[in-house]
Design a binder for this molecule. Sequence first.
Ligand code: SAH
Length: 339
Amino acid sequence: MRDLRDMSIERLKAFLEELDEKPFRAKQIFSWIYKGVQSFDEMTNLSKGLREKLKEHACLGKLEILRAQTSKKDGTRKYLFGLGDGNTIESVFMKYKYGNSICLSSQAGCRMGCGFCASGMDGLRRNLTPGEMAGQLLTAERDAGECVNHIVVMGTGEPFDNYDNLLAFIRNIHEKEGAGISLRNITVSTCGLIPGIRDFAKDMKQVNLAVSLHSADSAMRESMMPINKRFPVDELLEACRAYTEETGRRITFEYALVKGKNDTREQIELLAKKLKGMLCHVNLIPLNEVAETGFCGSNRKRAAEIASYLESRGIPATVRRELGSDIQAACGQLRLGQR
Ligand code: SAH
């Protein structure tokens, strides 16, 4: 059965033609999907006949809310969703002053194997479809009864390891008949797949890019992130320079602080040296400790010291606010808790 949530408007038009239906229905159906309807019967401006035909030939992939927890501290809401095939994924809905934002997963599991991360511990199960990425947004919006206007693809998975589906998803939610989300309000985070960064600079110039750097020192980075063997940090930074040249966009470097490893004076001086002159911003994240990994986080005081040092060297830096700390909102923790 074909999932209509995976389709672009163009693809929907072709599908309707295959069913001997009028292509103009495509936009109507598309906009119902992004209003979050969960059945064809809710598409009330379609004839009963067409609705029956759609039921016969297609489906609307549904995500089941297996668990939802809301933080008492800040309203952050974390979802564990069940997919049709028994896999699970998670998403986090966050409230900010400027609106609501959601952190989405791009894969069930991950094969990048970063040592400190809970999401990759069981390896990759499979890529998510464009419809399953959109489904996280639509299901959370429907459940929360609120709209989301910022999207970060920073949940489980490596988005550039599922590039084509990521692009299809972004195009669909950006459509004005879809969720109408501005490209500038979308951020995609990568562990540093250089070919993906190059393609993204061409395909999605207006979308924000975040790069998980975590160390500017190749040996240190490799001890945290195996991907550094394939794409060493100096080549990665070169690709980032090319990216900003091509897009004019500022890159966010994520830097999860691990006590006594990448938070030392030498490490941070090297970071400042290598980022000097780049159009970038450093987002310091006191590591969320995941018991199984053995990595310890630096404290917020050390994070603040590092931020002010970087600022003094002319590199914009902030310490990420902690949201949902009382509901295990750190990457992969909820899903891991289900094992
Ligand atoms: N694969 C992509 C996106 C998903 S991970 C990437 O690597 O960027 C999103 C971010 O969370 C990454 O910066 C990742 O390194 C970080 N992260 C993973 N586990 C973490 C932890 N335990 N504490 C803090 N940040 C973590």
